[in-house]
Design a protein around this ligand. Sequence first.
Ligand code: 5HY
Length: 240
Amino acid sequence: MRNPTTMRILVVNPNSTASMTGRIGAAASKVAAPGTEIVATNPPTGPASIEGYYDEALAVPGLLAEIDRHQRGGDIAGTVIACFDDVGLDAARSLADAPVIGICEAAMQTAALLGGRFSVVTTLPRSIPALERLAQRYGMAGRCTIRAAGVPVLALEDPESGAVERVRAEIRRAMEQDGAETIVLGCAGMADLARALSEEMGLPVIDGVTAAVKLVEGLAALGLRTGKSGGYAPPLPKAR
Ligand code: 5HY
């Protein structure tokens, strides 16, 4: 039987790459409070990685179906959308009863609380326009720069790809050229890199998955719910 004192947090990776979901779930569990259970999942189909607007649009139905499925199972205290493009965030908030946090918003708000300027280091240049839009939406455009390390999302799944070295090099450029005092990692697939990069580079390196888990735990503990001014969505019809 489920422990009634456990807070269950749903962490949805909206792409269909299960190995990435595994690493995301492990990073989330590492920072979760003792009474928190992390439920990490991804849609069974849909884009294997989300690189730009087209993939984003294709990923939304699978994301909503996962939120709906787990919500039917009961006691989800909050949901984290583990994709840095905050894919389907407004629709997810319309569907879910409990708070929903996107990892871009979580990471940017956390960086802002530390003070000073920050730089986002994402994967491919293709993701930059969408992230610039999000920075504007969250009121962060004047505080940050958005950079790409030139790493395809799925290269982060391959230790031989040289992806981490490219991320490291881009962080150095952000420090030297942008005067960044904090770095935000711009992909959920980088979740397990933040601690080590922070120690190595000597500045705070924020990963949105872990930041979102701590924020959602806080909102849930305060008994807060997501606003519905964007419209209430009825539960999705059951798949046949
Ligand atoms: C992410 N794509 O966090 C984004 C990052 C990006 O599949 N997971 C993805 O490149 O926009």
